[in-house]
Design a protein around this ligand. Structure first.
Ligand code: FES
Ligand code: MG
Length: 593
């Protein structure tokens, strides 16, 4: 029997309702009946909607989803579907060593296998903590069954001594106060913990809020989904509506491939600039685009996104936190403001069943201190610069966090605006940095550029958030909080450092950073978009010829598999062999017995 509303046979019926093969049908169905399901449900041509559960005791950022699941399931059932919740590989940014970035591709692989190999017609992707959103979207793109994102939402705003304290940003600030001797260990701990007052993900515009905003801008969540704080009642209502809509998506056969187009990714890049989004968004969006088969290049981040103004006044680029963003209208208000200035592509289809233009038409900021219009932005040209040179083919610099002080110190030499020439000090990984940063022999002063290498996808492994290096204590005491820093790793989306990061190819695979030495002169030229080691070519070639790849020690089998197959950050840090697999739901797997 075909689903009367879908007008076609559902994928799940190949398992649960196949009279041509009673033996297998019985085997597939009997064990599911010993829990909450009945034959009329499983054999009644009702869409079976998976709930990809990312929350657990190991993933506190997404724990809210454990409590939202009842509402998702109610929505699925009320719309005539049957819910089936399943766990995903845990991805807790603050808990997983050596880095949750190593596991993004593992969670992706596991989701692909579940969605392909089980009787699932559509899926609710629960998202929150940084890597959970890209892992879920990458998997949905590869499998290409109807899918919808439900964000868990940020925590409530944090407060300390009457002031807002935001996730991550509080750590960078408190680290400086500790280095300056202004606060002690206990106050350091209390301040940081005050930034996390409830369930939810980071309440700043770090990678979590950025990636959930990206999911909404791509058209993969209901309008207004991403910014609702986790504990708000509106979050429960959104969970219910998302569950309902998932069933309709199956009936309409509206799939990620109908939504994840080049135009949708351009909207996401534009929104990322306007919200002062994380430098982790480029690798994650590149990865989603590649699994969706969409042509997106790291240089698109500058050509599409650089000239977009900063509209959102939220930490780390601004002052406020998640509650204020939500009350001012969230992503729909950002997109509405951008749309009125002609920056949004209106045509991409979205999970609402309407094109993006229809979802956001005439939505305005509800509070101009938090969300500005394009006529009065917080700053112009807020997107990323994409740099190149003999040290790397590409690296990113986040313009929205370049402070007036930083620009004056490094980028405003009269007659040489945008150009900074300095001596390089090079660290091999974060342990080397922590060990030597305060060594007076390195002679680090306000005119030094700090480099860190060996921290990319292959080198670390997984690519570590360590490029935003604090200057030596003595330099901080002179009032210099940020030296220019460069590296083949990443930095936290909550950092306000204007680092040059995600350098690709990384040093561990022979990228230019491998040949740099402490004491070399380097030139940053933002007019040309270059960062260059001023080492003569003959000498540079000699260093290259003498270079031997580092001896990499993998501690687990997955680390070795990952290192063997991972690509570079500018290409999304994907498992390269996985990008050849597209729309795998079209081919049913063989029977299990
Ligand atoms: Fe999980 Fe920031 S650490 S959202
Ligand atoms: Mg992080």
């Amino acid at each position: 029997m075909a689903d009367p509303k879908a007008g076609r046979k559902l994928r799940s019926q190949e398992w649960f309702d196949n009279p041509d093969n009673p033996g297998m049908t019985a085997l597939y169905i009997e064990r599911y009946l010993n829990q909450e399901y009945t034959r009329p449900e499983l054999q009644g041509a009702r869409p079976i909607v998976g709930i990809a559960q990312t929350g657990s005791d190991l993933v506190p950022c997404n724990k809210i989803h454990v409590f939202l699941t009842d509402r998702i399931k109610a929505g699925i059932r009320d719309a005539g579907g049957v819910p089936m919740e399943f766990p995903t590989h845990p991805l807790q940014e603050t808990g997983k060593r050596p880095t949750a970035a190593l596991d993004r591709n593992l969670a992706y692989l596991s989701l692909v296998e579940v969605l392909h190999g089980y009787p699932i017609d559509g899926v609710v992707l629960t998202t929150g903590c940084d890597k959970t959103t890209p892992a879920m979207l990458m998997g949905a793109a590869t499998v290409d069954i109807p899918a919808i994102v439900l964000s868990g939402g940020p925590m409530l705003d944090g407060h300390w001594q009457g002031k807002l304290v935001g996730s991550g940003t509080v750590i960078w600030e408190s680290r400086r106060l500790l280095a300056e001797g202004e606060i002690g260990y206990d106050e350091f701990m209390e301040r940081v913990c005050a930034s996390a007052p409830s369930l939810g993900h980071c309440n700043t515009m770090g990678t979590a809020s950025t990636m959930n905003a990206m999911a909404e801008a791509l058209g993969m969540s209901l309008t207004g989904c991403s910014a609702i704080p986790a504990p708000f009642r509106e979050r429960m209502a959104m969970a219910y509506r998302t569950g309902r809509r998932a069933v309709e998506l199956v009936r309409e056969d509206l799939k990620p491939s109908d939504i994840l187009t080049r135009a949708a990714f351009e909207n996401a890049i534009v929104v990322n600039s306007a919200i002062g989004g994380s430098t982790n968004a480029p690798p994650h969006l590149q990865a989603i685009a590649r699994h969706a088969g969409v042509d997106l290049d790291v240089t698109d981040w500058e050509s599409v996104g650089f000239h977009i103004p900063l509209l959102l006044n939220m930490q780390p680029a601004g002052e406020f936190l998640g509650e204020a963003f939500y009350r001012a209208g969230g992503v729909p208000a950002i997109m509405g403001e951008l749309d009125r200035a002609g920056h949004i592509r209106r045509d991409p289809m979205t999970v609402t069943g309407r094109a993006m233009g229809g979802n956001i038409r005439d939505i305005r900021s509800g509070d101009s201190t938090v969300i500005r219009s394009c006529n009065e932005p917080l700053r112009a040209d807020a997107g990323f610069r994409v740099l190149h040179g003999n040290l790397f083919d590409s690296a990113l610099m986040k313009s929205s966090v370049i402070s007036v002080d930083f620009a004056r110190r490094y980028l405003s030499h009269p007659g040489r605006e945008g150009i900074h020439e300095a001596r390089a000090v090079v660290f091999d990984g974060p342990e080397d940095y922590h060990h030597r940063i305060n060594d007076p022999a390195l002679d680090i002063d306000a005119e030094t550029i700090l480099f860190i290498r060996g921290v990319g996808c292959v080198g670390y492994p997984g690519s570590a958030e360590v490029v935003n290096m604090l200057p030596p204590d003595a330099v901080v005491r002179q009032g210099v909080n940020h030296l220019p820093t460069v590296g083949d790793g990443r930095q936290s989306g909550t950092s306000e450092s204007p680092s040059i990061l995600n350098a690709s190819p990384e040093a561990a695979v022979g990228g230019g950073l491998a040949y740099l030495r402490t004491g070399d002169r380097v030139r940053l030229d933002l007019n040309e978009g270059t960062l260059t080691a001023l080492v003569d070519d003959g000498e540079w070639q000699r260093r290259k010829a003498d270079w031997t790849p580092p001896h990499l020690v993998s501690q687990t089998p997955w680390q070795e598999i990952y290192r063997t197959h991972v690509g570079q950050l500018d290409k999304g840090g994907c498992l390269e062999l996985a990008t050849a697999y597209r729309r795998v739901a079209r081919d049913l797997p063989r029977d299990s017995h």
